[in-house]
Design a protein around this ligand. Structure first.
Ligand SMILES: [Zn+2]
Length: 301
């Protein structure tokens, strides 16, 4: 009889303990609006975070707008990750309509801003300011972002701080290796050939870190027909600078492109990933970054 009571007591005790342990195992709920920050969050947080990627790989972050289901998830998140630097025009909407108690982390605001080239203009393009929001093309900024995410996760779940620190250290080592690889690759490219002519002015941070000069082609990423003066201007720049290749992510105007390559002898240098992670080679930050560097070196050397 006594034994049976003991068994019962244990059974009821286990019912009490089960939900408690489940609670202790709860993961940090993270909402990410950047494919780059989603990768950092997953690498740093590992098994201890549950990341909802609102902006999926391949989606244009300039065009993205949160849906009601996104806002619901954000309302329940403990950490909300944003690229910032005016990339997310819906920040106020996130704050207002969710009434979130979570930490809204505007990661990019932690780094100094580089301006987009004023002469490049952004008619027809969704860049909301003259500030270049594509900070992740600087590995130095990626290092800072990793530390910002690590610290936010540790604050949200102090018990996991040691694990987050360990994971972050591993990711930082990867970034360090990528930086060294990049320097070795770009050494193949003399300084006077580091000239980037692109249709999407998204590489100010990359250019500054790696000694490139950018000449952005206006109008190429919009549906508008660039004026003949603009086309003549870019042809003059390519000729004067002796640029060997131009890069365009979205060729909306093949006629103009043909005119430029015919007039200048420059070739089309391939696709650069400007706006975050995508498929295939660009599915990871390392893959995306290596693709961009290799594409530049191959076309410009
Ligand atoms: Zn962009």
């Amino acid at each position: 009889m006594l034994r049976r009571m003991k068994t019962r007591a244990l059974f009821f005790l286990s019912l009490l303990v089960l939900p408690l342990s489940a609670f202790a195992e709860a993961k940090v709920r993270v909402s990410s609006f950047s494919t780059i920050l989603t990768e950092i969050a997953q690498q740093v947080g590992g098994e201890r975070v549950a990341v909802t990627a609102h902006v999926k790989p391949g989606v244009d972050p300039h065009e993205y707008e949160p849906k009601p289901t996104d806002l619901k998830t954000v309302g329940d998140a403990q950490v909300i990750l944003l690229s910032a630097k005016h990339m997310e025009g819906y920040v106020a909407k996130l704050k207002e309509s969710t009434g979130t108690k979570g930490t809204l982390l505007e990661v990019g605001d932690g780094f100094s801003s580089l301006k987009l080239k004023p002469e490049a203009g952004h008619e027809g393009h969704a860049h909301a300011s003259e500030e270049d929001p594509h900070w992740w093309h600087s590995i130095t900024n990626m290092v800072k972002a990793t530390k910002i995410v690590r610290d936010a996760f540790s604050k949200a779940s102090p018990a996991d701080a040691a694990l987050f620190a360990d994971n972050a250290a591993k990711y930082l080592a990867k970034l360090d290796a990528l930086q060294k690889w990049t320097r070795a690759e770009l050494a193949k490219l003399p300084r006077d050939q580091r000239k980037l002519v692109t249709s999407h002015d998204a590489f100010q941070y990359f250019a500054k870190e790696n000694g490139f000069t950018i000449y952005a082609i206006e109008g190429f990423s919009s549906a508008d027909q660039p004026s003949s003066k603009k086309v003549a201007d870019i042809i003059a720049v390519i000729k004067a600078q002796g640029v060997k290749a131009i890069f365009t992510e979205s060729i909306k105007n093949p006629k103009v492109l043909t005119e430029i390559t015919r007039e200048t002898g420059a070739k089309v240098g391939g696709e650069l990933y400007a706006d975050g992670l995508g498929d295939g080679a660009a599915a990871t930050y390392e893959g995306m970054y290596k693709h961009n560097v290799s594409t530049l070196v191959d076309a410009l050397k």
